[in-house]
Design a protein around this ligand. Structure first.
Ligand SMILES: Nc1ncnc2c1ncn2[C@@H]1O[C@H](COP(=O)(O)OP(=O)(O)OP(=O)(O)O)[C@@H](O)[C@H]1O
Length: 254
């Protein structure tokens, strides 16, 4: 049987006496789009930081394609095929849109191949960068400084940088935060397109986005997953309704 793309086994994280993540077990199959939802302070960002290696677990493990990556540094986990975006836009504002993507590509290729191979492969890098620009609908913005883009375009660029290295597991942290309805719709289409054939884990407060995009949803409350299922089952779950303290998912517009 194929190992899950991403697996968390009895994962826990404490800060001092505060147990923030408490024994999380989760399997995300290859090609699945998996969302993590939960009230503010539930531990979603902490969970992301454990998966990406920013934090070491207090106990338990993180597995990529069956390989234990717990305790590895973020760049080592990145090279094993996991890439993340951040809640706060994380681009190089004084470089052009094209250069931002190219940097994302070179970062990965520069470590995978020798320097000379990298130089001779420049044409490949340029072509790949153009392809990504097309995917994220920023071809017309190619030579603008990234810092001059509209907010939603900057978020799209960040998604481009996140996928540029060719990672097959993508983590997106609130990619639609601060966006209008129409901008959100565009970004959701974009996410769907760029994560085809990849495994996606997404944290997002916009329930419309989650229920539209996710194959499966896990609900995190006080550091524990109280439900992990397909969207319809999560929508109907009494436990989930209770966790949202009376604000049912219908109230959230789902
Ligand atoms: N480095 C840290 N040291 C101590 N406590 C922390 C640390 N990071 C997070 N916490 C605490 O862990 C809890 C969970 O925080 P986290 O940011 O993971 O929640 P979240 O679900 O992402 O919240 P939000 O939806 O508001 O972004 C909070 O009570 C927070 O104060």
């Amino acid at each position: 049987m194929t190992a899950p793309a991403l697996e968390l086994r009895d994962l826990s994280k404490s800060f001092g006496l505060a147990k923030i993540i408490q024994g999380v077990d989760l399997k995300v199959a290859k090609g699945e789009r998996h969302a993590i939802i939960g009230p503010n302070g539930a531990g979603k960002s902490t969970l992301f930081n454990l998966i990406t290696g920013k934090y070491a677990p207090t106990s338990g493990g993180v597995y990529l394609h069956g390989e234990n990556v717990s305790g590895l540094k973020p760049f080592e986990i990145n090279r094993r095929g996991l890439s993340r975006s951040f809640q706060i836009t994380n681009i190089f504002p004084n470089m052009t849109v094209f250069e931002n993507i190219r940097c994302g590509l070179l970062w990965t290729m520069g470590y995978k191949y020798s320097f000379w191979h990298m130089i001779s492969g420049q044409q490949d890098v340029t072509e790949k960068a153009e392809e990504i620009l097309e995917q994220i609908n920023l071809t017309s913005r190619r030579d603008l400084l990234a810092g001059t883009l509209a907010y939603a375009e900057q978020r799209a660029l960040e998604i481009g940088i996140t996928i540029a290295g060719g990672a097959d597991i993508i983590l997106l942290d609130e990619p639609c935060a601060g966006m209008s309805h129409s901008e959100t719709a565009l970004i959701v289409d974009l996410i769907r397109k760029v994560t085809e054939d990849k495994t996606l884990m997404i944290v997002e407060h916009d329930m419309g986005v989650i229920f539209d995009l996710a194959d499966k949803i896990s609900v995190l409350v006080y550091g524990e997953i109280i439900e992990s299922d397909v969207p319809d089952a999560v929508r109907a779950s009494v436990k989930v309704k209770e966790a949202y303290l009376g604000t049912t998912l219908e109230d959230e517009g789902v």
